[in-house]
Design a protein around this ligand. Structure first.
Ligand SMILES: [Zn+2]
Length: 504
């Protein structure tokens, strides 16, 4: 330890703490640095917004001391697929995130991003939230700017060129890359040629491509092949968003999926994934009918038999009839004195008509659709990092519990991952899979984004019934050296920074 400590002291001297900078000493924690290496017992000093020193350290006068023996100190978690952009200005304390140790959120997901990003970033800098924010530029958002209401078709070459120029503007504003949502309007109407063209210039800018792929059920393997093809064709890193096998006929095929991804990697395609640890997703009614033919009884029946059962389809939002919220489709069908398929068709048609009138989505559903075995297989793939896919005030418990659920259920209870490997998947791997530098590793000189937790009690508490219950076992969370969560509540400090794409 002595050589390491000496090196650390040198570094801290070299860093030169700004005069009057707040200094905090966290003593005796098991330090897990995010690399996957076993944790070591050490003290960690934060000065200003950086990690200044790691080792056996003496207390300095006036320094805040946090005694942490028995606890784990890790880099703050990076949520690579977050929907915090929906409500970050309404909930700047980001309680959903900081209460589970998340210190950086990556937004602009599934093809939808704040437009333009320069304005979003400027607003965040003017009124910072508690967490750091990075963003992708959304393919659907850009497609909408260029094609407007006339989007239910393949784009012309001139339109693709316009979209690419808009994307480059967003990249210059600091976007990490391009995100697509190919199961949603308007992305579903794009073809691979459009995506090849838009992603092409990104690698030279250290950008990347991430995708809610075209199908997570009916046409799953074709959709996987499409994202691999983009990585192969355009030479850029590609990431499958919230990877899952969401149809009965696909259950148990996790090993085949991992084999397909490994084969692509062996061939040189830089493909990775993120994943959240639940057997149910949160989306909209339309994804159940990719053809968008909501009058086709056979398709509705097939969806209920294979993708989401009527008692596993829960309405979370429904503008045409808010009394349906929190009910399952089976319950709604009983209320309507209809069979499940008839009820689904009625809800699909009503939501479609209403959303056309309103000009926005009018429904949300949770669908029980995945198999526990596949979640385990995909969690264990070395290239999958953890994400939440959650919102700050959403109906799916993943918003408040995805990270702590991995640490409690999959690390402590089921031994699916070691604690060090789970932390790696929340920190260094997440940083690598998004191209974020200076964060995600607990080492001297990095930003002091940190989480202190009790490995014997850490667990998610959020459920479908109580999706905003804060996690157990998270003691303190720091963002840029500032305590944002302690004693079970947000401190009210707002030290979050905008993270723009930098050199790798
Ligand atoms: Zn998605």
């Amino acid at each position: 330890m002595s050589a390491r400590t000496a090196a650390a002291l040198l570094c801290s001297f070299a860093l030169g703490a700004p005069a009057g900078a707040q200094s905090t000493l966290i003593t005796g924690a098991r330090v897990i640095d995010g690399s996957g290496q076993p944790g070591i017992i050490a003290d960690v000093r934060i000065i200003g917004d950086r990690i200044a020193d790691i080792g056996i350290l003496n207390q300095r006068q006036g320094e805040t001391i946090i005694r942490a023996s028995g606890l784990v100190l890790a880099p703050g978690f990076i949520d690579t697929h977050s929907h915090a952009d929906d409500a970050i200005f309404a909930h700047p304390d980001a309680l959903a995130d900081v209460s589970q140790g998340v210190t950086t959120v990556v937004v602009g997901q599934d093809g939808g991003s704040p437009w333009p990003l320069a304005d979003f970033f400027a607003r965040l800098q003017k009124t910072p939230p508690a967490v750091n924010v990075a963003a992708y530029a959304g393919h659907g958002t850009i497609r909408d700017r260029v094609m407007g209401a006339d989007y239910k078709r393949v784009a012309t070459p001139a339109e693709v060129e316009k979209m690419t120029q808009l994307l480059l503007g967003e990249m210059r504003a600091g976007a990490l890359g391009l995100s697509s949502g190919l199961e949603y309007d308007p992305g579903i109407y794009s073809d691979s040629t459009e995506l090849f063209a838009m992603a092409k210039p990104l690698d030279a800018m250290h950008g990347r491509y991430i995708s809610h792929i075209r199908s997570e059920d009916y046409a799953f393997w074709k959709a996987i092949d499409e994202i691999i093809a983009i990585g192969r064709h355009d030479f850029l890193p590609v990431q499958v968003s919230h990877i899952k096998l969401a149809m009965k006929g696909l259950w148990g095929q996790g090993p085949q999926l991992v084999a397909r991804l490994d084969a692509a990697r062996a061939e040189g395609v830089r493909i990775t994934a993120d994943i959240y640890p639940y057997t149910y997703w949160h989306s909209g009614l339309s994804v159940l009918i990719p053809s968008r033919d909501f009058t086709d009884r056979g398709k509705a029946a097939f969806a209920l038999a294979n993708v989401v059962p009527a008692d596993g389809l829960i309405i979370t939002y429904y503008e045409p009839d808010p009394s349906y919220v929190d009910k399952t489709l089976a319950q709604i069908a009983a209320l309507r004195h209809e069979d499940d398929t008839t009820a689904l068709m009625a809800l699909e048609q009503q939501a479609d008509a209403e959303s056309r009138r309103a000009g926005h989505g009018v429904d949300g559903i949770i669908g029980v659709s995945m198999d526990e075995r596949d979640i385990v297989t995909l969690l264990q793939w070395p290239w999958s990092n953890i994400c939440s896919d959650g919102e700050l005030d959403g109906k799916h418990p993943r918003g408040f519990g995805a990270f702590t659920r991995v640490l409690g259920r999959y690390v402590r209870e089921q031994h699916v991952l070691t604690l060090e490997e789970a932390v790696r998947k929340m920190t260094t791997l997440a940083a690598a899979n998004t191209g974020i530098a200076d964060r995600g590793r607990l080492s001297v000189g990095m930003y002091a984004d940190l989480v202190l937790f009790d490995p014997t009690t850490v667990a998610d508490r959020a459920t479908l019934q109580d999706p905003h219950a804060v996690s157990a076992g998270i003691r303190d969370t720091w963002v840029n050296g500032v305590l944002v969560y302690a004693e079970g509540r947000a401190t009210g400090a707002m030290p979050g920074q905008v993270i723009r794409r930098g050199a790798p």
